[in-house]
Design a protein around this ligand. Structure first.
Ligand code: 4AD
Length: 502
């Protein structure tokens, strides 16, 4: 029945031909003689023009009353028109209404985030999540392509595991037929086994962290890609990571420029992302945090926030005054929607103004030995226009499997990659401890059960070689690329500490 449906994205190949499209009403402007319906079909938007004389009278009347998100098919002639959304329009000669949508809860006016999350099953159709989802699709393909093209073998690591890969405190425990087990926090430990079989491997799947954290950077279920490489050193790993990140950004820029534009992403800054990235040791990063330069940077930011707050307040006052006057209803509605956005913006600016002195204090009081916190990462990342590698963290602050540095035993051969412009960490990685005795000592220090890790220790017993890898979080990377403030928008059905939705 629907074998003859043409995608809106393919209208460009059908100019002056008669086609049928199938989709949902995105916007409707009914008039007495002509109806303008903007229809979306998942591949794009198309303006459909329905003249009263071109269709039966009853159909014209039904189409004139169609509300947002009603589903239908429309048949007509494709016309090229630069002024039209998408560049093509359909002069309709026939239509079939499939399911009228009464009182669709999401309207073009702004809604609060809680409302949108509650209605995520419908919100996925809106333009912002749609654009983000398209970019995610490209990103995931690009990730796979990079590793497939560079001699890596895909290995699917388990989701139920019996060990902790990262912080034991962030394990989701499950009852596995009466035995204790947990959901994986990382595929890395299993991947290390596979690396000693294939040489270069990667895994890509969902990972779970029971972190009691409600920040914009944390989900309890997120997707991570993890490569693992044998016969490599830390500089070699950094090189793979910067080539990888540059490649996936290039692919997104090539494929999704329109979506990035719609989302208001900073395309110019993404175009600059090419190797080499900045390299700082943890010690250098801690010196930056405690420097006068950092304090001056934060003070300048505070001034910018205050100016922006004043401007926003002025805009709100002007719109409120206008809305009290004798104006048309459509203008009143428009102002109401603008005011919602401006008040959200004002709230965000207030939070930034409130947090700024806290960040300044945290930075000034930073002590060598602590892990970099979210605010420290944000500051370092704000001060750079390209990603920054921070390497050689204190051994005590990091995971048990990271390789002790041979020159400075207090630090490990690891790195985090911080995305620029305040987005913070998107990659964590390291060389792995390949000495049996050092690894055993760390497992004992963490009070892990040795018998649970014996298989992992075995890798250091039978033909151990220098090896390392890293993990990139898909949602955090997507938040950076799209300019989204919160990673909950970067996965179709987000799972957060305080919410399981749907
Ligand atoms: O730095 P992490 O914890 O590293 C690992 O899991 C290593 N085992 C990876 C490896 O070496 N194979 O996490 C890696 C990345 C982070 O940089 C971040 O992008 C993402 O995973 N991530 C999260 N994303 C969303 N929500 C969370 N709660 C996340 N925790 C980590």
């Amino acid at each position: 029945m629907f074998s003859n449906i043409t995608k809106i994205a393919d209208l460009k190949d059908n100019v002056e031909k008669t086609v049928t499209i199938g989709g949902w009403v995105y916007h409707s402007r009914p008039g007495g003689k002509v109806i303008f319906l903007v229809v979306r079909d998942g591949s794009g938007l198309c303006q459909c023009i329905i003249e009263k004389t071109a269709v039966p009278e009853e159909l014209f009347s039904q189409l004139a009353h169609l509300s947002m998100e009603s589903s239908l098919t429309l048949t007509g002639t494709v016309r090229a028109d630069d002024r039209s959304v998408g560049g093509y329009e359909l002069a309709v000669t026939d239509a079939k209404i499939l399911c009228p949508s009464q009182d669709y809860p999401i309207t073009p006016k702004s809604h609060g985030i809680d409302f949108l999350l509650k209605n995520r099953h419908l919100h996925l159709r809106s333009q912002m999540p749609w654009c983000i989802g398209r970019i995610r699709h490209t990103l995931v393909n690009a990730i796979r392509q990079f590793f497939n093209d560079n001699g890596f073998t895909l290995v699917d690591t388990p989701i139920f595991t019996g060990i902790a890969g990262e912080e034991a405190g962030s394990l989701f425990e499950v009852d596995y037929f009466g035995l204790p087990a947990n959901l994986t926090q990382t595929g890395q430990l299993h991947l290390e086994c596979a690396a000693l079989s294939y040489g270069r491997v990667y895994c890509f799947g969902p990972t779970f962290r029971a972190e009691k954290s409600k920040t914009r950077r944390h989900l309890t279920e997120f997707w991570m890609v993890e490569p693992e490489v044998t016969f490599i050193d830390l500089p070699g790993l950094l090189e793979i990571a910067e080539n990888f990140v540059s490649f996936i950004i290039k692919k997104v820029l090539e494929t999704n420029r329109a979506e990035l534009q719609t989302l208001g992403a900073n395309i110019a800054s993404l175009e600059k992302i090419q190797p080499p990235f900045y390299r700082l040791t943890y010690t250098q990063a801690s010196e930056i945090l405690t420097s006068q330069k950092a304090q001056d940077f934060l003070a300048a930011q505070l001034n910018e926030f205050k100016t922006a707050k004043q401007e926003t307040e002025n805009k709100i006052a002007a719109l409120e005054a206008e809305s009290k006057g004798a104006i048309k209803q459509w203008r009143k509605d428009k102002i109401a929607s603008e005011l919602i956005d401006l008040r959200i913006e004002l709230g965000e600016l207030d939070t930034k103004i409130e947090n700024n002195p806290k960040h300044a204090k945290l930075a000034a009081e930073f002590k060598w030995g602590e892990d970099l916190g979210g605010s420290d990462e944000t500051l370092i990342s704000l001060m750079h226009d390209k990603p920054v590698f921070v390497t050689h963290y204190p051994r005590e602050a990091k995971a048990f499997y990271m390789k002790q540095d041979s020159e400075n035993p207090k630090v490990v051969q690891n790195f985090d990659m911080l995305a620029p412009a305040g987005f913070g960490e998107i990659i964590g990685g390291s060389m792995r401890e390949d000495s049996y005795d050092k690894l055993l000592a760390k497992i004992i220090e963490h009070k892990y059960k040795i018998e649970n890790y014996q298989w992992y220790l075995d890798l250091r017993k039978y033909g151990s070689v220098p090896h390392g890898g890293f993990g990139l979080g898909v949602e955090r990377t997507l938040a950076w690329l799209t300019g989204e403030k919160h990673i909950r928008q970067c996965i179709a059905f987000p799972r957060m500490m305080d919410k399981i939705l749907k």
